[in-house]
Design a protein around this ligand. Structure first.
Ligand SMILES: [Fe+2]
Length: 166
């Protein structure tokens, strides 16, 4: 993908874009929680207005690794291990592993896979043309995105870190 690894990681923490980019008929109710140690982030989203309604729980361990559990109904879950690898500032190798139980492969099968690939197609032109703004403008409804951006800072080396290492 022609994108910074953070842009891909923050996609699911940006509930507003599900309506305006992915065509959901409403912004999903979402909340982000950070574990007490500050390292692990949990995103909960009510994706009832998506083409394939689900409850989403993403456990994000770093900008480069997350486990996403989508629950489509009782016992009907799909787990996605998202392991993007940054290649350079604007290139990321996407690697996903998706697991569903055999009993729900019809429910979480080809149509859900098509929804995922269509979703990537929606995001792609934005990722490919996104620019970095040091002080971005946020809007009402961006609270989860702001929390994500504060959380993700810990994974970058600052100028002071570089001086201490030298
Ligand atoms: Fe997206």
């Amino acid at each position: 993908m022609p994108a910074h690894v953070q842009d891909i990681c923050e996609n699911s923490c940006d509930p507003v874009h599900f309506q305006f980019v992915h065509g959901n008929d409403a912004i999903p109710e979402s909340r982000v929680e950070i574990d007490h140690d500050g390292r692990t982030m949990h995103l909960h989203s009510d994706m009832q207005r998506a083409d394939h309604p689900s409850q989403l729980h993403a456990i994000t361990y770093s900008p480069g690794f997350a486990m996403v559990r989508n629950t489509y109904g009782p016992g009907a879950e799909m787990i996605m291990y998202n392991s993007p690898q940054p290649i350079d500032r604007n290139t990321t190798l996407m690697r996903w592993t998706l697991i569903v139980r055999r009993e729900i492969e019809d429910l979480a099968g080809d149509e859900v896979m098509k929804g995922i690939t269509d979703g990537i197609g929606d995001d792609y032109p934005i990722w490919a043309n996104k620019v970095h703004r040091r002080r971005p403008v946020f809007c009402k409804g961006d609270e989860t995105l702001v929390t994500f951006r504060k959380w993700v800072r810990q994974f970058y080396i600052t100028s002071q870190d570089k001086r201490e290492i030298a």
